[in-house]
Ligand binder design. Structure first.
Ligand code: NAP
Length: 266
């Protein structure tokens, strides 16, 4: 395929703005339209920060797909919409690349079944930063030798879901490498509810939300007389865009749903 025709959903958001920039700066990609929660019928170029990007805005994704020939949807919206947007994309033969977080395991199973029934590729990546993928892979390696682990994820205070998709994905990868294990003292109590964080198969996940943060995660392993900390920091949302670009290229080559960029990055 010589030119990949793309729609970005959530173009005014922190991630969406970067995605619009990435798509318009990539020679092989063409931005055809944007799906926004507002500004139906306007041009993106009429909004602040999109000078010269003369593509239509739709609030109705179905209408956008009916009126345009689209290959790929890049969805960077809000947790409640990711699944619905993927279903609309599947119905219209459009391949979704989704950074929106908040999917449950059941959602992913259901969406994978639809993707396979329709023979349409799809990628959901809770984290598009290549460094974060390496953090998850290194954590999975370490868990084999140091199975006691706690995850601390830190994000900006406008994030809607907790724990982060990256933290959950990290915990899932770690759980493939170690036996299920309750951590901490068997008789420990919480004097304040939530003090020990969320429990994922005995692993604890702690979510910090503060202004000034972007997306950060520490995976701390404890062993006899030692700790190992694996840490990743996204300090700019541009850090996610090489991964989004990689996913757009990859989604054209597959006919199932891939969950996690680690399955694409070797
Ligand atoms: P954000 O700044 O809040 O932007 C979200 C944008 O989506 C807003 O402009 C919002 O418009 C718009 N929106 C909401 N519902 C929509 C709908 N139904 N249709 C079209 N647009 C809609 O959030 P963000 O920081 O960019 O993050 C977006 C998503 O990506 C979140 O789920 C976040 O967790 C995730 N994320 C993923 C990665 C990754 O690497 N995978 C990295 C960072 C963030 P209004 O403001 O008008 O509602």
């Amino acid at each position: 395929m010589s030119e990949v025709k793309i729609v970005v959903a959530g173009p005014r958001g922190n991630m969406g703005k970067e995605a619009v920039k990435m798509v318009t700066n990539t020679e092989a990609f063409t931005l055809i339209a944007a799906v926004d929660s507002k500004h139906d019928g306007m041009k993106l170029s009429e909004l602040d920060g999109f000078h010269g990007i003369d593509v239509p805005i739709y609030t109705d994704m179905q209408q956008c797909f009916e009126e345009n020939d689209i290959d790929v949807l890049i969805d960077l919206t809000a947790p409640t919409f990711g699944k619905k947007h993927m279903q609309i994309a599947f119905e219209n033969g459009v391949r979704p690349v989704v950074g929106t977080t908040g999917f449950t395991e059941e959602d992913i199973t259901e969406l994978r079944t639809t993707a396979e029934e329709k023979g349409i590729g799809a990628i959901i990546a809770p984290n598009f930063a290549i460094g974060a993928i390496l953090m998850m892979k290194f954590s999975q390696m370490a868990a084999k030798y140091l199975p006691d682990v706690e995850i601390i994820e830190r994000h900006h205070d406008r994030k809607l879901d907790a724990p982060s998709g990256t933290a959950v994905k990290t915990a899932q990868l770690i759980s493939e490498a170690r036996e299920q294990k309750a951590q901490g003292h068997p008789d420990e109590t919480e004097e304040l509810a939530g003090a020990r964080g969320a429990d994922f198969e005995g692993m604890r996940i702690h979510s910090v939300r503060l202004p000034g943060l972007v997306a950060h995660q520490e995976v701390i392993f404890g062993g006899v007389g030692q700790t190992l900390t694996i840490r990743h920091d996204s300090i700019d949302r541009a850090s996610f865009m090489p991964g989004v670009k990689l996913a757009v290229d990859a989604v054209l080559q597959i006919d199932t749903l891939v969950y996690g960029l680690e399955h694409i990055v070797e």
